[in-house]
Design a protein around this ligand. Structure first.
Ligand SMILES: NC(=O)C1=CN([C@@H]2O[C@H](COP(=O)(O)OP(=O)(O)OC[C@H]3O[C@@H](n4cnc5c(N)ncnc54)[C@H](OP(=O)(O)O)[C@@H]3O)[C@@H](O)[C@H]2O)C=CC1
Ligand SMILES: CC(C)(CO)C(=O)C(=O)O
Length: 352
C-alpha cells in the first residue's frame, strides 16, 4: 500500500491505461532524479506497472524507504521496482529517459535491454534532443548532431524511429535521496512524435499520465514545444547559475530582467529562423518564472558538481543560430560566461 498525504480535496483515483489485451502498460523510467522521480511516483500512485533505473544514494533510498513525491496537488510515498541494471527488467511497453544530457552516452548501450521492436523511448529532457532532425523534412532531414550523440550511440543503438519528445513543465528538485519536490501547481508533460503524428503509442502513454494526474497533451508540432520550453531555460538557467540564485531573485533585478527579455527575443528569432512557428510573450514568461524561487536544474547541477547540459541548452542552439545567420549577442554572452564557469569547475568540456 502507498502511504498518502494529500494537499487539498481528495482527487478521484483513476484507473491506469491498459494496453491491447488488457494487461497493464509496463513503463520504465530511466533516471530517477527530479523529473524521473516525479513521473515515476505519479504513475506508481495511479497503479501503473512502473520500474525505475537509478543509481547511487537516490536508488538506495528508493529501495529502502520508497520514493516520496511532494507536489502542490499530491504528496505520496510509493514503492516502485527500482534497479541499477536495466537487463533485470526486461522489455517494456514504453521507456522514459529522464537523465541529464551528458549521461545519455553512458546509458545508450544499456537501453536495448528494455526494448521490444515497437517500444517507444521518450526523452523527457530539456534542450535540443539528439534526434531533432529525424523526420524533420526539408534539407536538414536526418542530420545528426554529433555533440548530443557522440559516436552515434543513440542513433545507431536505439534508433531515431523509437524516439519521442517529452517536454516537461515542472519546477522540480530532489530535496533528499528519494524525495522529489515539485514547486509549480500545474505540471505538464507534452509528448510528441518527431514526424508530428498522433501515434497510438504516445496516446496510450498520455492516457496513462493523465490517469496519474499529470497533464500530458500529444503535440503535432513538438519542435515548436521544444523551442518554447527551451526559451524559458535560456532565459533562466544561465543567469541563475552565473548569479548562484533561483529564478525569483534574478527576475527581481531590473538589469537582469532586461537581459532575460533579450534572451527570449533572441531565442525566438533563432527558433523562427529554423522554421518554428512560435511567438512568445517575453514579459509574461519572465513574470511567470519570477514567481518561483526554483533553482533551474542546470544550477542544481553546478552546485552539486554534476556534468552540465551546456551543449543541449546552449552550444547547439547557438550553432544553429550561426548557421541560420541569426545574431544572438546576449545569449552568446551568457552562454560564453556559463561555459567558462562550467569548464573551470570541471563540469563541461567543449567539443574539440
Ligand atoms: N528539474 C527540473 O525542474 C526540470 C528538469 N528538466 C530536464 O529534465 C531532465 C532530467 O533532469 P532532472 O530530473 O532535473 O535531473 P536529475 O539530475 O535530478 O536526475 C537525473 C537522474 O538520473 C540519474 N542518472 C544519471 N546517469 C545514470 C545512469 N547511468 N544510470 C542510472 N541513473 C542515472 C542521476 O543520478 P545521479 O544523481 O547519481 O547523477 C539522477 O538521479 C534534464 O534534461 C533537465 O534539464 C526539465 C524540466 C524541469
Ligand atoms: C523549471 C525550469 C523551466 C527552470 O528553468 C527548468 O526547466 C529547469 O529547472 O531545468
Amino acid at each position: 500500500m502507498h502511504r498518502l498525504r494529500r494537499a487539498g480535496p481528495r482527487p478521484r483515483r483513476r484507473r491506469p491505461a491498459a494496453i491491447a489485451g488488457g494487461a497493464a502498460m509496463r513503463v520504465c523510467i530511466y533516471g530517477a532524479g527530479a523529473i524521473g522521480g516525479h513521473l515515476a511516483a505519479r504513475l506508481a500512485h495511479a497503479g501503473a506497472e512502473v520500474a525505475i533505473v537509478g543509481r547511487g544514494a537516490n536508488l538506495a533510498a528508493i529501495r529502502e524507504r520508497g520514493l516520496r513525491l511532494e507536489a502542490p496537488d499530491l504528496t505520496v510515498d510509493v514503492h516502485p521496482t527500482a534497479t541499477d541494471d536495466p537487463a533485470t527488467l526486461g522489455p517494456q511497453d514504453a521507456v522514459i529517459v529522464a537523465v541529464k544530457a551528458p549521461a545519455l552516452a553512458s546509458i545508450a548501450p544499456l537501453l536495448p535491454a528494455l526494448l521490444r521492436p515497437e517500444t517507444p523511448v521518450v526523452f523527457a529532457m530539456n534542450g535540443i534532443p539528439w534526434w531533432y532532425f529525424h523526420a524533420h523534412g526539408g534539407p536538414l532531414d536526418g542530420r545528426r548532431i554529433a555533440a548530443l550523440d557522440p559516436g552515434g550511440a543513440l542513433w545507431d543503438g536505439v534508433g531515431p524511429q523509437r524516439a519521442a519528445a517529452g517536454v516537461v513543465y515542472a519546477a522540480t528538485t530532489v530535496t533528499a535521496p528519494g524525495v522529489v519536490r515539485v514547486e509549480n501547481p500545474k505540471s505538464r508533460l507534452i509528448l510528441g512524435e518527431p514526424d508530428g503524428s498522433e501515434s497510438a503509442r504516445l496516446v496510450a502513454l498520455a492516457r496513462l499520465f493523465e490517469a496519474a494526474g499529470l497533464a500530458a497533451p500529444v503535440s503535432r508540432r513538438v519542435r515548436d514545444d521544444i523551442w518554447t520550453k527551451l526559451l524559458l531555460n535560456l532565459a533562466t538557467g544561465p543567469l541563475c547559475t552565473l548569479a548562484g540564485v533561483g529564478q525569483s531573485a534574478i527576475a527581481a533585478v531590473p538589469g537582469v530582467r532586461a537581459a532575460m527579455l533579450r534572451v527570449l527575443q533572441e531565442g525566438e528569432a533563432i527558433a523562427r529562423a529554423l522554421g518554428r512557428d512560435i511567438r512568445v510573450d517575453a514579459e509574461a514568461i519572465v513574470t511567470g518564472a519570477g514567481k518561483l524561487a526554483h533553482k533551474p536544474s542546470i544550477l542544481q547541477d553546478y552546485e552539486l558538481g554534476r556534468p552540465m547540459e551546456i551543449d543541449a541548452l546552449l552550444t547547439v542552439p547557438l550553432a544553429l543560430a550561426g548557421e541560420a545567420g541569426v545574431a544572438a549577442p546576449t545569449l552568446a554572452l551568457v552562454a560564453g560566461l556559463l561555459s567558462l564557469r562550467a569548464q573551470a569547475a570541471g563540469l563541461y568540456t567543449p567539443a574539440a
